[in-house]
Design a protein around this ligand. Sequence first.
Ligand SMILES: [Zn+2]
Length: 373
Amino acid sequence: MATGYVWHELYGWHDTGTSAGFVYGNGPAGLQPALHYESPDSKTRLHELVAVSGVADGLMALRPERATDEELLLVHDRAHLERVAAESRLPKGGDAGDGFSPFGQGGDEIARLSAGGAIAATSAVLEGRVDNAYALVRPPGHHALPHMGMGFCIFANVAVAARVARARHGVGRLAVVDWDVHHGNGTQAIFYDDPDTLAISIHQDNWFPPDSGHLRERGIGAGEGTTLNVPLPPGSGNGAYLAVMEQVVVPALERFRPELIMVACGFDANVLDPLARMMVTSTAYRAMTGMLLDTAATLCDGRIVFSHEGGYSEVYVPFCGLAVIETLAGSKSSVDDPFAGLLDGIGGQALQPHQAAVIAEAAALAGDVPPAR
Ligand SMILES: [Zn+2]
């Protein structure tokens, strides 16, 4: 057995065009176009580092298929699928819904391939063909809502794969751990009333989407208590993130006892990211992955699937991603993170009192997660 690994060359060809960072460029209005932040580099360079480090040699390559209408309709409405497909035929593509989610001509097929990557990784784990899996997919998915794309996301990759896991593999209780630095609002919305899905999001407080991901958002109806938000103050580093894992995420998982753990694995909490103000390094990503692997081994026969989300530092995401993939594969390559020596020692990496206060509130809520029946 091995760790499954999803990549497709077309992920690097998803075209977000030019942009003033993440706002559409408009020269006369003073918005000089530049590269969109959601550019291929952080993803293609991670894939290349996985190869150059030799780690890829020990992985089982999983080739993704395009998600079908039937699969996407488990989460999205037909109007969204039709709008994306129609705009994808235009010479310059379109936008998935909120004006922050551009795609080029043919973008529909690449977005379907991204959701299909999450499905391929999940299916391989559930069918016992691999021990665990990392889907290095693009575009990301965790902001996408049933009726529209959002925040660079077109289809809700993890949520679609989760629903496929239910429909096709009989999975009951499952947990999504989202450590992308932005709130996993799409995943939350999709599963908000679902008592069988624990949706945990660790994110920078009140960043994107605005006014989203508060502690008080805890699920509704039968799903009350199965949404858990940890809105960390800007400036949180390795100490805060490891404390969240120890005090909130692992205890919540142990109460909920999922049959499958899915990780919405963004790397934009890294200290060099242009789209957030956190301080995480590869050292913490490696440790966090190890904690989830241990928890999955205890709770659900090791069934855990990682699906790539955000992360916009093209030089640093590769080393954070390599740390995660090495940990999943139970190996360590000869490539060391050349930045860690400096970044691990930055002032403020240790848990700060104002961060601990938020984590204590979230830990109390974790104690209210509905236990396995
Ligand atoms: Zn993000």
